[in-house]
Design a protein. Structure first.
Length: 544
C-alpha cells in the first residue's frame, strides 16, 4: 500500500527516464523499487522483496482488465506463479486500490464478477481446468448467440416464439454449425465486450445487447441481470450506448472489424489512457482511432510480448482538442489506410495531426494529436525574437490566426499571452540594463535628463510594466545623486586647497554658473548647500 504508486513519483521518473516504462506505472514502480534499493532499506528478506515487487507490479492489473485496457488473458501472468496465496494477495490489494480510487466505483455487482474470476483462476491453479478449456465453453455460447442474431436479421422471429424463447433455443440447438466456427465467432463477440469496456460501458455485455436487438423488453433484460447496485436508469443508458457502438462497429468493412477483434482478444495489446479519449469521440471515430492504433502496432515483432498503446498524452489534452480530433478522424479514409502502407507510415513522420511514435525497447506505441496550429513551435520562435516591435507584430498576428481557427483555442491564447509577457519582460529587462550602462557613461546632467526622457517615451510605447517604469526612474535618480556626490566631493576638495579670498571668489563665480545651468536637475537645495560651503571657506580664510 505504501509503494504501489511509486511509479508515479515525478522525481524518480525523471531520474530514471531512460529505463522506465512510459505508460505502465506499475511496471515502472517495480523498476524503481530495484533501482532505489528500497526493500533493503527496510531490511526485507529476499523472499519478502520478491513478493513486494510482484504486488507492486500487478497492483492495477484488475483495474486495467475492468476498463478493457488489458485482455482477460493478461491474468495468466499471475496464474503462472501457481501460488494461490500470492494470487489472493494481489487480488485483495487490487480490490482495495480500485475501491479507494473513487467512492462508489467498486459496486457489489462488479465485485461479484471479480470473485467469480478469482474462483476460475483458483480452479486453473488446482489443475481442475485450463484457461483455454474454461473459456472455450464461454466462446461457444457467445458464438451461438452471434449466429442467433445473424439468423434473426435474415429471417426474423419464428412464428409463435417470443424473443427470449428464440435466444434460449440457440443455447442448446446449434448442432448444424461446426464447433470451430462457433468458437471463432464467439471469440470475436468476447472481444467486442472489451471495446465496450474501453468506452466505460462496464455493466452491459453482448448477451444484453443481443436481447435488445431481438426486442426483448428492456425491463426484462434488466431483471435477468439481478443487479443490486446498478439502477435501471444507469443500465438503460449503458445498454443503448453499447447498441450505438455496436452499430457503428458494423458500419466498418467485415475485414476491418475482424482485424480489430482478433487483436483485442488475447494479451497481444495493452492500452493506457484510451477511456478518457474515447469518451470525447463519436462512436465511429472512437473505433477508427482504435483501428489506426492497432495497425500501427503491427510494426512490432508479435513474438516478443504485448505491445502497449499509449494514449496518456492525448488524454491529457483531449478536453481541449476533441473537436479538432473528431474533425480530423472524420476525414481519415479507412480504405486508403487499409490498402496502402504509405498512408499509415505518414503518421510516424507527421508533425501535426494524428502522430505516432515508436519506443522499440519498451514496445510502446504512443498515439498523439498535434494541432496544425503548432503552439509549441510558435512559442519557441517567439522566444528567439529580440526586438520589441517584431515581438508585438508576431504576437498579434498569431492571435488573429488563432481566432480564425474553427476549434477551441482559449488555452492556446493563454499560453501565447504568457509567453509574450515573459519575452517582453525579458527584452525590456535587457533594455533597462542597456539604459543603466548608457547613463553610467554620461557626465553631463542635461544629457542624462534628455536620455531619460527619450527612454521614458520609448518605455511607454514598448509597454514597460509599472515596476520597470519605476526601475527606469530609479536608475535616473541614482545617477543624478551619484553626480551630485561627485560634484560635492570635487568642490569640497578644491575649497580645502584655496587660501586666498580672490581665488575663492573666482572659483565661486565659475561654480555658480554651473549651478544655475543645472538648477533643473540639481535643485535649489543643492545650490544652497554649495553656497554654504563657500561661506564657511570664506570665514576660514578671513580668520587666518
Amino acid at each position: 500500500f505504501i509503494f504501489h504508486d511509486l511509479g508515479l513519483a515525478p522525481q524518480l521518473r525523471e531520474k530514471y527516464e531512460d529505463e522506465i516504462h512510459p505508460a505502465d506505472h506499475a511496471q515502472t514502480g517495480r523498476v524503481l523499487l530495484e533501482r532505489e534499493k528500497l526493500p533493503s532499506k527496510y531490511h526485507m528478506e529476499t523472499k519478502t522483496q520478491e513478493y513486494l515487487g510482484i504486488l507492486v507490479r500487478y497492483h492495477d492489473l484488475l483495474h486495467h482488465m475492468i476498463r478493457g485496457e488489458f485482455s482477460i488473458y493478461a491474468i495468466q501472468e499471475i496464474i503462472g506463479y501457481k501460488d494461490k496465496d500470492l494470487f489472493d494477495a494481489i487480488f485483495v490489494s487490487s480490490f482495495v486500490m480500485f475501491s479507494a480510487m473513487q467512492e462508489g466505483l467498486m459496486q457489489e455487482d462488479l465485485a461479484r464478477r471479480l470473485f467469480q474470476l478469482r474462483t476460475v483462476c483458483h480452479r486453473i491453479m488446482k489443475g481442475e481446468t485450463t484457461f483455454e478449456d474454461h473459456y472455450r465453453e464461454v466462446y461457444i455460447r457467445r458464438g451461438k448467440l452471434f449466429h442467433a442474431l445473424e439468423t434473426y436479421r435474415r429471417e426474423g422471429l419464428p412464428e409463435k416464439m417470443t424473443p427470449m424463447e428464440y435466444l434460449e433455443s440457440w443455447k442448446v440447438d446449434a448442432t448444424e454449425i461446426e464447433e470451430d466456427r462457433l468458437l471463432r465467432e464467439g471469440k470475436r463477440i468476447y472481444a467486442m465486450d472489451r471495446i465496450l469496456r474501453l468506452r466505460a460501458v462496464r455493466y452491459v455485455e453482448f448477451t444484453d445487447l443481443a436481447k435488445l436487438i431481438v426486442k426483448v423488453p428492456l425491463n426484462y433484460i434488466y431483471k435477468k441481470r439481478i443487479y443490486s447496485g446498478i439502477g435501471y436508469g444507469s443500465f438503460e443508458k449503458q445498454l443503448f450506448e453499447a447498441h450505438r457502438i455496436y452499430n457503428a462497429f458494423l458500419g466498418f468493412p467485415k475485414m476491418v472489424g475482424d482485424f480489430i477483434l482478433e487483436h483485442l482478444l488475447t494479451d497481444e495489446i495493452r492500452i493506457f489512457g484510451y477511456e478518457k479519449v474515447g469518451l470525447y469521440l463519436n462512436d465511429r471515430n472512437m473505433i477508427k482511432l482504435l483501428l489506426v492504433s492497432l495497425m500501427g502496432a503491427q510494426r512490432f515483432n508479435p513474438n516478443e510480448g504485448a505491445v502497449c498503446l499509449n494514449f496518456l498524452d492525448l488524454a491529457g489534452k483531449i478536453e481541449k482538442r476533441y473537436e479538432a480530433l473528431n474533425d480530423l478522424l472524420a476525414y481519415v479514409s479507412i480504405e486508403k489506410l487499409w490498402n496502402s502502407k504509405s498512408h499509415l507510415n505518414h503518421l510516424f513522420k507527421a508533425k501535426t495531426g494524428l502522430v505516432m511514435r515508436c519506443n522499440e525497447s519498451q514496445r510502446v506505441l504512443t498515439i498523439d494529436f498535434m494541432d496544425r496550429f503548432n503552439i509549441s513551435q510558435k512559442i519557441s520562435y517567439m522566444d528567439t525574437i529580440t526586438d520589441v516591435e517584431h515581438l508585438k507584430k508576431y504576437y498579434h498576428y498569431s492571435l488573429r490566426a488563432l481566432r480564425k481557427y474553427p476549434f477551441q483555442t482559449e488555452d492556446y491564447e493563454m499560453r501565447m499571452e504568457e509567453a509574450y509577457d515573459k519575452k517582453l519582460k525579458e527584452i525590456t529587462g535587457l533594455l533597462l540594463e542597456q539604459a543603466k550602462q548608457q547613463l553610467a557613461l554620461i557626465k553631463d546632467l542635461k544629457e542624462i535628463h534628455e536620455l531619460y526622457s527619450e527612454l521614458t517615451d520609448q518605455a511607454l510605447e514598448i509597454g514597460f510594466t509599472k515596476n520597470q517604469m519605476y526601475g527606469l526612474s530609479d536608475l535616473y535618480e541614482v545617477r543624478k545623486d551619484q553626480l551630485r556626490r561627485e560634484k560635492l566631493n570635487e568642490i569640497n576638495g578644491l575649497i580645502e586647497t584655496i587660501s586666498d579670498l580672490k581665488d575663492l571668489k573666482d572659483y565661486w563665480d565659475g561654480t555658480k554658473g554651473y549651478l544655475m545651468q543645472n538648477r533643473p536637475f540639481l535643485g535649489k537645495e543643492f545650490e544652497n548647500l554649495i553656497a554654504k560651503k563657500f561661506d564657511e571657506a570664506a570665514r576660514r580664510i578671513e580668520a587666518c
